[in-house]
Every structure is written in structure tokens, then in C-alpha cells.
Design a protein around this ligand. Structure first.
Ligand SMILES: Nc1nc2c(ncn2[C@@H]2O[C@@H]3COP(=O)(O)O[C@H]3[C@H]2O)c(=O)[nH]1
Ligand SMILES: [Zn+2]
Length: 340
């Protein structure tokens, strides 16, 4: 699985020109020389992990720890060097943009990793399913250009044309992933695309409703557990608000920066302006209160029904975030009301 494509290939790599502590040659990144303490290994298994404390090179090592501590190397006879090359290729194929970058990839993968441990999925799903889930999280936004599907379709970009307007970005992330995975074994070619394609938010209700409908008869051993795999990738993808406020809030700044970039471009090109990205219409609190109420809470509540232990780890922090942004929204409105 991890016979990665050769590094240094010409592609649209944001990091090639970015200031980073990584060289463009994977061989010069000495993974094994970096020590990861037991304390860090344990912290890595929780949603309180703070990505902002780590350099990109260190994140690559932490990703290697995740694959190692889930026993993937021994279970699938993956050579550490092959894994390192694969992870480096993944790193190279994330762009240097405000939100959908390698740090986001790391956070989503780390949340998936944490959820796997917290829910004891190691004893409920097969190793292959876990490998698919972690690798889907890792690859789910590969080569994201920083402009969403609506923009791709309205601007009639190459991606929209290539995929006939059907989830152009998610199809592209999958295609890049399988370009990196030169040789795919263990059957993950089959479900990985489903997990990545499920991150298209225009399919959010469809996927959530399907999962809801099967909750009363959910069974880890039948084929319906594949729906859980999709839900886990989706939850991880939009889980910033489940993190401590000091970790989550900078992510919101990054997201809004990318949103505003898109709406500014839309205005410049005379394209329809995506309302939730318009700097004249949205603010941090207005963006978060509706996203938490209408997207995060319903989704996280459904997963928590299956795993009640997640209440304290993802639901409670999200409820606190809603309170925080509701207070902020109220204060802003009062301030505006007090203006002469
Ligand atoms: N308002 C808001 N939107 C989010 C947040 N996290 C994720 N999203 C949105 O959810 C989407 C998930 O898929 P994308 O990565 O395409 O783009 C993401 C954002 O548009 C958040 O904290 N606040
Ligand atoms: Zn994402």
C-alpha cells in the first residue's frame, strides 16, 4: 500500500515554495531521530491535542506514530520507510492556503485517531477498516485549491468540467490520493473513495439521515458499519470546535480568511457570491452559531448515541463553543444597538 510515488515530482505544491523546516527530499527527513515521549503519545489520542505547538516536520513524525501505534505496520507489513515516503508525498500535495492545508489534514487525522481510541473501535472494526478511516482522513483534502465546489462549478474550472460538476473537489482529492498510492492492497481502494467523497457537505443530510435510520439496528459486523466509517471521517473533518477554545479559535480565523478570499474573487469575476463567505455579511459569531446549531450538534449527537462516552469529549466542548459565540453575538448586537 505504501509504495509511494517518487518524491520531487512536479506538481502544484504549495509547500515547495513555502517556508518550512522540511526539505523537498524525503531522505533528508530523519523520522527516527525525533523522539516522541510516552506523554505525547497518550495526548495524541485525545481531542485536546494542540496542533499549533508542532512544526510540520514534527507532525509527520506524529502521523507515523499514529500508524505505528494502531499496529498497521506489523498487521500489513508496511516498511517504516515506505510509510515515511507516503506521508511525505501526502504533505507535498497539500497546498499552502489558509485553511485546507497540511495542518488541517493533520488535525482531521489526529481527531480520527483520537476517536478510534476513545470509542475502542480497535476491538469493534477490522484493522483494514481502521486503516481506511485513518488514511481517508489523511487524504481527504489533497491538493485543495482553497475555493469550494460551488466556486468550481460557477467558474467552470477544469475540475468541474472533469467531474461533470459532481463533487469535483472530493473526486480530485481521491484521484490525487490514488496517484500517490502507487500500488493499493488490502481492498481499501474500495471504501476509501466512499469515505472521502462523503466529506462533500452538499451530501451532509443524505449521509446523516442514512446513519440515523440504521442507528436502532446498528451492527458493527454487517456491511452497514461502512456508514459509521463515513460519519467518523465527516465528524473528524468538521471537529475544530470540539477542541479547546485556544486551539479552535485560530482555525476559525483561517477558515474565514479562505472564505473571504473566495467571495472577494467571486465579486471580482462577477460570479454569484457565496453568502456565508461574504466579508460584508458574516462575522465569527454569526458563522459559528448557525454552523454549531444546525450542522455540528445534530451530527455529533448522532455519533454520541452510538458511543455515549463521546459526550464529554466532543459534545460538551461544542456546546461550550456555542455559548461562547452566542454571548459574543449578543454583545455585538448590544454594541450596535447602543450606537447613536
Ligand atoms: N462556519 C464554519 N464552517 C465550518 C467549520 N468547520 C468546517 N466548516 C465547513 O464545513 C466544510 C466541510 O467541508 P469543506 O472542507 O469543503 O469546507 C468546510 C467548511 O465550509 C467551522 O468551524 N465553522
Ligand atoms: Zn477537510
Amino acid at each position: 500500500m505504501f509504495q509511494a510515488a517518487s518524491a520531487g515530482e512536479e506538481s502544484d505544491r504549495g509547500h515547495a515554495t513555502a517556508e518550512t523546516s522540511l526539505s523537498s527530499e524525503p531522505a533528508s527527513l530523519n523520522f527516527s531521530s525525533l523522539q516522541v515521549t510516552e506523554e505525547v503519545r497518550e495526548h495524541l489520542k485525545t481531542p485536546t491535542f494542540d496542533n499549533w505547538q508542532w512544526e510540520e516536520a514534527e507532525m509527520l513524525v506524529l502521523l507515523q506514530v499514529m500508524y505505528t501505534d494502531l499496529d498497521f505496520l506489523t498487521a500489513f507489513q508496511i516498511e517504516p520507510e515506505a510509510l515515511q515516503n507516503f506521508l511525505f508525498e501526502v504533505y507535498c500535495h497539500y497546498n499552502n492556503i489558509p485553511f485546507h492545508n497540511f495542518q488541517h489534514c493533520f488535525c482531521v487525522t489526529q481527531m480520527m485517531y483520537g476517536l478510534i481510541w476513545l470509542t475502542d473501535l480497535r476491538n469493534k472494526l477490522s484493522r483494514v477498516d481502521l486503516l481506511i478511516m485513518l488514511t481517508s482522513a489523511l487524504c481527504h483534502d489533497l491538493d485543495h485549491p482553497g475555493y469550494n465546489n460551488v466556486y468550481q462549478i460557477n467558474a467552470q474550472t477544469d475540475l468541474a468540467l472533469r467531474y461533470n460538476d459532481i463533487s469535483p473537489l472530493e473526486n480530485h482529492h481521491c484521484a490525487v490520493a490514488f496517484g500517490i498510492l502507487a500500488k493499493v492492497e488490502h481492498g481499501q481502494r474500495h471504501e476509501s473513495p466512499q469515505c472521502i467523497l462523503a466529506t462533500d457537505m452538499s451530501r451532509h443530510n443524505e449521509i446523516l439521515n442514512k446513519f440515523k435510520a440504521m442507528q436502532p439496528v446498528f451492527n458493527f459486523t454487517n456491511k452497514e458499519h461502512k456508514e459509521l466509517m463515513k460519519i467518523m471521517v465527516k465528524v473528524s473533518d468538521i471537529s475544530n470546535e470540539a477542541r479547546p477554545m485556544e486551539v479552535a479559535e485560530p482555525w476559525l480565523d483561517c477558515l474565514l480568511q479562505e472564505f473571504f478570499n473566495q467571495s472577494d474573487t467571486e465579486k471580482l469575476k462577477g460570479l454569484p457570491v457565496t453568502p456565508f463567505m461574504d466579508r460584508d455579511k458574516v462575522s465569527k459569531p454569526s458563522s459559528q452559531t448557525s454552523f454549531i446549531r444546525f450542522v455540528l450538534l445534530p451530527l455529533f449527537t448522532e455519533l454520541t448515541k452510538l458511543f455515549p462516552c463521546l459526550e464529554q469529549h466532543i459534545l460538551e466542548p461544542v456546546r461550550r463553543a456555542l455559548e461562547y459565540y452566542s454571548d459574543m453575538e449578543k454583545a455585538t448586537k448590544e454594541e450596535e444597538g447602543a450606537k447613536p
